[in-house]
Design a protein around this ligand. Structure first.
Ligand SMILES: Cc1cc2nc3c(=O)[nH]c(=O)nc-3n(C[C@H](O)[C@H](O)[C@H](O)COP(=O)(O)OP(=O)(O)OC[C@H]3O[C@@H](n4cnc5c(N)ncnc54)[C@H](O)[C@@H]3O)c2cc1C
Length: 498
């Protein structure tokens, strides 16, 4: 006779067996599954396709591109994610591909024009021209910031692996959180370049990372007002990739099971997808939130790898105005750092040719973005949240230029809010080095996360696994390619597991 306890034991064994590979037929079966249709996932798919692999690409949201996302505001395409392109150095595949498709004139310099720095709640805002009412050269606290760029990336100048960049800016420049120039470092550098605050960046870690930078230091942007980064990548690569792959949109992966012979990935709809290997390209924010259940648990080195990097809240907020009210110096504004919610802003309408729209792009990151998100969450609807966030940014801009007080609110027409920290399948802007990330150039968490796990069946790739140029589109593409080639190196050929 079967007693109740052994009955439940049998039932448990049956349930366990049913969740493992082979117990019930999967809904789909492929050589390789790629999780995430951002730059890394799409380029991994492209690489595998070229090698003859049958790929299933699974994406959580209803669109491809991930953190490359273009929208329309006024008469121009504006970037809600990546905007800057790099020249050809470092085997950058984007530079030749886009120029081959659209011609050399597709690129222009971004941020051309004057820099402006808000100081003393706007009363001391200065401009980088000797002809300005208040030239920045007259403000030693502003002039000193230029020294930072020859200091922060040299590991020999940053020996203390426990120091944050805020600690070292205080020790070296005498600029602490209450200093009138703190925002120039915190919002103008930590926010604008690393999408976080000075206090969260590890000074030595950052130097170890950035001293290895392999891409060009030259930056370009797309000049055509009708062409965005996402549009260009779709044309040069992604349309063809999608035509050759099985793609599931709006299908968040919730578990990846390697307890059997194959990999079984289950999506939110309960569909089970089987493959020999899987490439996981979700952001560090998604990994840290443990949004995907790995069965069995990931090794401790992998968990420590993604937990040993930073990723912070951040927004892009393009604002359309009826005039370029901010131009008070008879020369275009290339770059602005404010003291309040906006953070750093620039003017895409200065580089998009033939546009008739006046657009400022603002970039609140870290603490600024968190405060704005909180403000938004206190409102009753998504539209009300966006309005409240935009109103807070306009208030900051209104106070920034003494010659144009109130100009932002008076000329405002329409705006967009892209909150990357609040986007459930990104949960942050891009990865940055904390004190834990780099112990040396080669001993670092990014490299640890590259290590395949589950007997070379799970591979991680994305901007965060690139040791030299993380936080870039190119880095993500290169990592997607690396993971795809690593799979091929294990297999030798499609459908030929070791
Ligand atoms: C505001 C901002 C500005 C930037 N500026 C620049 C710039 O100027 N220049 C530059 O080169 N780079 C820039 N970057 C960085 C660049 O956009 C990223 O490094 C790159 O796009 C990351 O690609 P990825 O494939 O690693 O990740 P992602 O693009 O995030 O792709 C991951 C994909 O996985 C999906 N996903 C998440 N969870 C799941 C799940 N459970 N199941 C299935 N799918 C899932 C996501 O929806 C996403 O589509 C910027 C990024 C942001 C956000």
């Amino acid at each position: 006779m079967v007693g109740p306890s052994s009955f439940f034991l049998q039932l448990l064994l049956q349930i366990q067996a049913a969740t493992q590979t082979g117990a019930t037929p999967p809904d789909t079966s492929h050589d390789v599954i790629v999780v995430g249709a951002g730059s890394a996932g799409l380029y991994a798919t492209r690489t595998l396709q070229a090698l003859g692999y049958d790929v299933l690409l699974i994406e959580a949201t209803d669109r491809i591109g991930g953190r490359v996302k273009t929208a329309t505001l006024g008469d121009m395409r504006v970037e809600l994610g990546a905007e800057e392109h790099y020249l050809g150095a470092g085997d950058n595949p984007v530079w030749p591909a886009i120029r081959a498709e659209y011609g050399d004139d597709v690129y222009t310099n971004g941020y051309e024009g004057l820099e402006a720095y808000s100081m003393d709640q706007g009363a001391g805002t200065c401009w980088t021209t000797p002809l300005a009412l208040n030239p920045c050269a007259n403000d030693p606290d502003v002039a000193r910031v230029s020294e930072f760029y020859d200091w922060y990336w040299r590991p020999e100048l940053h020996q203390d692996s426990s120091a944050s960049l805020a600690d070292e800016v205080l020790a070296t420049y005498g600029v602490g959180v209450d200093h009138r120039a703190y925002h120039l470092y915190d919002e103008g550098i930590a926010g604008a370049s690393y999408a976080t605050n000075l206090t969260r960046l590890g000074a030595r870690s950052l130097a170890l990372q950035d001293s290895q930078w392999a891409l060009s230091s030259g930056i370009r942007v797309l000049s055509d007002k009708d062409l965005g980064y996402a549009d260009a990548l779709e044309t040069v690569w992604w349309d063809e990739v999608l035509a050759g792959a099985d793609v599931l949109l709006s299908s968040p992966v919730v578990s990846i099971d390697t307890s059997g012979d194959d990999v079984v990935s289950t999506d939110l709809q309960g569909r089970r997808h089987m493959a020999r290997q899987i490439i996981v390209t979700v952001s560090v924010g998604v990994l840290q939130a443990e949004a995907i259940n790995f069965i069995p648990d990931l090794p401790e080195t992998t968990v420590q790898a993604y937990n040993g990097m930073g990723i912070d809240s951040g927004m892009k907020v393009p604002l359309l105005f009826s005039s370029a009210w901010w131009e008070t110096e008879n020369e275009p504004l290339g770059w602005l750092v404010t003291e309040g919610a906006a953070g750093a802003c620039w003017a895409p309408s200065n580089y998009k040719t033939a546009t008739e729209s006046f657009v400022l792009m603002c970039y609140p990151m870290g603490d600024n973005a968190r405060a704005l998100s909180e403000l938004g969450s206190e409102q009753g609807s998504t539209a009300a949240a966006a309005n409240a966030i935009i109103a807070a940014i306009l208030e900051d801009l209104d106070a920034t230029f003494p010659q144009a007080l109130g100009g932002a609110s008076a000329n405002f027409m329409e705006g967009l809010v892209q909150d990357w920290g609040g986007a459930p399948y990104t949960l942050g802007v891009y990865s940055f080095p904390t004190q834990d990330t780099y112990l040396s150039a080669t001993a670092n968490k990014r490299r640890d996360l590259q290590e395949p796990v589950a007997d070379s069946r799970i591979f991680f790739a994305g901007e965060a696994t690139h040791e030299e140029n993380p936080a870039t589109v190119v880095g993500a593409l290169q990592e997607g390619e690396r993971a795809a080639l690593a799979i091929h190196a294990v297999n030798g050929k499609p459908n030929n597991p070791p």
